[in-house]
Design a protein around this ligand. Structure first.
Ligand SMILES: C[S@@+](CC[C@H](N)C(=O)[O-])C[C@H]1O[C@@H](n2cnc3c(N)ncnc32)[C@H](O)[C@@H]1O
Length: 266
């Protein structure tokens, strides 16, 4: 054990009888230094643990999750988790260019972020772009059209995606309502992309923010998805107002006649 840590733990242990707070502190320190730190080495950031918890509870990855867009990609921990999980399920990234892998065992992940410095993690592709811009949506569509036809039935050339993930977050200004509204705009943009490009019966995971617009947004999701869940992963700090919405099983918008106006209003 690291000496500094050992002395801190001893201090906590012997200074006085353990209180609720000191126990919490010891657990916090232990979490940060051993299990988490070790696992953190596998990922670019702790964000991966949130996605892992979401996946464990809502099973968002399966052998059929082969076309994934990761909005707010940087630095890339969610995509890293997705690659690891899909590898465990026996799928391999298209980027490996391994001709011995059957086409229906390949996956394609595209990360999208404003960050111009970000680089694709192993097994993924990366696009610098603003998800608030229609041009970025077209580039995503174009990417999956061009690269995605490597097997499996094509439902609709415009709807190639099996999973939309969004962990986007604005640069917070410190005013909770303004931050909330900024983040909800990002959620709307992600939901719009899912409306247009996600296949029926497929899922979305997105970070949302508590605040005045949240229940309106949840209602929009309920028009588009059969089941909508709200979830706060343990890896998300208690004091943070972030939580995640998981939309399972998108309705077939053609069959159900769901228009953009039905979901997003005029
Ligand atoms: C919390 S970080 C995402 C962490 C990431 N999921 C991971 O696992 O590494 C939020 C990201 O959202 C991105 N972002 C914010 N607004 C965006 C926008 N309009 N378009 C694309 N990305 C955006 C930021 O640049 C930032 O990299």
């Amino acid at each position: 054990m690291n000496r500094f840590l050992a002395s801190r733990l001893t201090f906590v242990r012997f200074k006085s009888k353990p209180t609720k707070d000191s126990k919490k502190y010891v657990h916090g320190v232990l979490d940060d230094t051993f299990a988490v730190k070790k696992r953190l080495n596998m990922y670019k950031s702790r964000a991966a643990f949130k996605l892992e918890e979401i996946d464990q509870k809502f099973h968002i990855f399966s052998k059929d999750t082969r076309h994934i867009v990761d909005l707010g990609y940087a630095p890339g921990a969610w995509s890293q988790y997705a690659v690891k999980r899909l590898n465990e399920l026996g799928l391999k990234s298209v980027s490996e260019r391994d001709k011995t892998i059957k086409k229906d065992k390949q996956f394609l992940i595209l990360g999208v972020d404003l960050n111009t410095q970000a680089t694709p993690v192993k097994g993924c592709y990366y696009l610098t772009g603003n998800v608030m811009s229609q041009t970025t949506h077209l580039r995503v569509k174009d990417f999956f059209r061009r690269r995605g036809h490597f097997g499996g039935p094509i439902y609709d050339e415009d709807k190639e995606l099996d999973l939309v993930m969004s962990d986007m977050m604005v640069d917070c200004v410190g005013n909770s309502e303004a931050d909330h509204l900024g983040n909800m705009e990002l959620c709307e943009a992600a939901l719009y992309l899912a409306y247009e490009q996600l296949k029926p019966n497929r899922d979305i995971v997105l970070k949302v923010w508590s605040g005045s617009e949240l229940s309106k947004f949840e209602n929009k999701m309920k028009i588009l998805f059969k089941n909508v869940y709200a979830f706060k992963p343990k890896a998300s700090k208690d004091k943070s107002s972030e939580l995640y919405f998981i939309g399972k099983k998108k309705f077939d918008i053609y069959e159900k006649g769901i228009s953009i106006k039905d979901v997003f209003g005029s």
